[in-house]
Design a protein around this ligand. Structure first.
Ligand SMILES: CC(C)(COP(=O)(O)OP(=O)(O)OC[C@H]1O[C@@H](n2cnc3c(N)ncnc32)[C@H](O)[C@@H]1OP(=O)(O)O)[C@@H](O)C(=O)NCCC(=O)NCCS
Length: 356
């Protein structure tokens, strides 16, 4: 899956996708594949044991996510600092997933020591199975841990004849290769953009339709959003929209745009949690509706630097974002194993929870 997670915004940390490296980041991992860490015990050569991830694993999961991402991006791209110096913000991932998809996350453990070697988050939906972050401890990479973690989700997909979907970083070739070897095929390329929303708001006039964008907060709206996504994208994610609107874990805002007849033209969810300042998921009929929703959601994050993914083919929207001050920070590919549902309109995928 995609390179996720945000480092907590603050004076000494920047967003994971920000361009400025952390001044406090420590070069604690050696470069290259043969690296070791003084504090990490040796890993057993036996195959890992799989079990459900437990609430008692959340602290260790946050450590593992942070450590594997910092190690991978530092050793390959010299960009480990983008994930911040602390693992604390990564607790949001297991916490959100435990609430959203209880019992679906998997842990891979060392059969001898019981230590956590890898984690994988799975989001089964009626139309598909979405995969979330997969991460393997640096000292256990290249031994089939990720492959083992993915096997149950792929078996479930085969049994129930559902496609598997995910969004993976195009900078992270190990991740891309993992899915490519398993048969996943990329179908949509997204550019990750970020911008620091000025305290006085975005420059220029609001785009057409921005004044009609409104916030919804009642879970009763969830089936309506889900029906719109099903009609335009062929995906049923009622569970996700109910979760955002209940807003009990994380910090979510859900924006909708309707036309004069009250029909939905699109919606966009935004995460305002300090551990993950991000826009998405969202679906719109067209780029005009997307610009209106984006403008409104960005305006609500003045002073922050949210990240959002825009389809590369939405060239007009991308240029509108540049005009607002957006910068490119990453590239992601939506990939699928199995048939891709016919899609119309435009989507904003997200890292939390992964959309696929
Ligand atoms: C991506 C990641 C999860 C892979 O985990 P892993 O446990 O090392 O992966 P595995 O050993 O199970 O399998 C890797 C597969 O990719 C293949 N692979 C890796 N690099 C490759 C390349 N450049 N070209 C072709 N195949 C490649 C391996 O050969 C292996 O396939 P095989 O089993 O058919 O031989 C791991 O590198 C990681 O944790 N990275 C940091 C976190 C991250 O970026 N996660 C993904 C984004 S959220």
């Amino acid at each position: 899956m995609h390179a996720p997670a945000p480092a907590r915004l603050g004076r000494q940390q920047t967003h994971l996708l920000s361009r400025r490296p952390l001044q406090t980041a420590q070069p604690i991992w050696r470069h290259g594949h043969q690296r070791t860490h003084r504090l990490i015990p040796p890993v057993s050569s036996l195959p890992p044991t799989l079990r459900p991830l437990l609430a008692s694993d959340h602290a260790a999961t946050a450590q593992l996510l942070h450590r594997s991402l910092v190690d991978w991006y530092q050793s390959r791209l010299n960009q480990g600092a983008r994930f911040g110096a602390s693992a604390d913000p990564f607790r949001l991932f297991p916490e959100v997933y435990a609430a959203l998809d209880p019992g679906e996350a998997l842990a891979a453990c060392d059969p001898t020591s019981g230590d956590l070697l890898g984690v994988c988050f799975v989001h089964p939906r009626p139309t598909h199975i979405a995969l979330g972050i997969v991460a393997t401890a640096p000292e256990a990479q290249g031994r089939g841990v990720a492959r083992a973690l993915l096997a149950p989700a792929l078996a479930l997909a085969r049994r129930t004849q559902r496609p598997v979907r995910l969004v993976s970083s195009l900078l992270n070739l190990d991740s891309f290769s993992l899915y490519s070897r398993l048969g996943f095929v990329p179908h949509t390329i997204y550019q990750d953009l970020t911008l620091t929303v000025p305290a006085a708001g975005l420059p220029g006039s609001p785009p057409p339709g921005a004044a009609r964008v409104r916030l919804v907060t009642d879970p009763v709206e969830a089936p309506r959003l889900a029906a719109f996504e099903l009609a335009w994208q062929g995906l049923d994610r009622t569970t996700d929209y109910t979760f955002f609107l209940r807003n009990s874990v994380g910090d979510w805002r859900t924006w909708v745009l309707e036309n004069a007849a009250g029909e939905l033209e699109g919606f966009l969810v935004a995460s305002h949690h300090p551990s993950c300042v991000m826009l998405g998921p969202g679906v719109t009929r067209d780029e005009t509706a997307a610009a209106a929703l984006l403008w409104r959601a960005l305006d609500a994050q003045r002073g922050a630097s949210p990240v959002f993914l825009v389809p590369c083919t939405a060239a007009g929207l991308v240029h509108q974002c540049y005009a607002w001050g957006a910068r490119n920070v990453e590239l992601h590919a939506a990939q699928a194993l199995g048939p891709v549902a016919p899609a119309r309109g435009l989507t904003f995928p997200t890292f939390l929870p992964e959309t696929g």
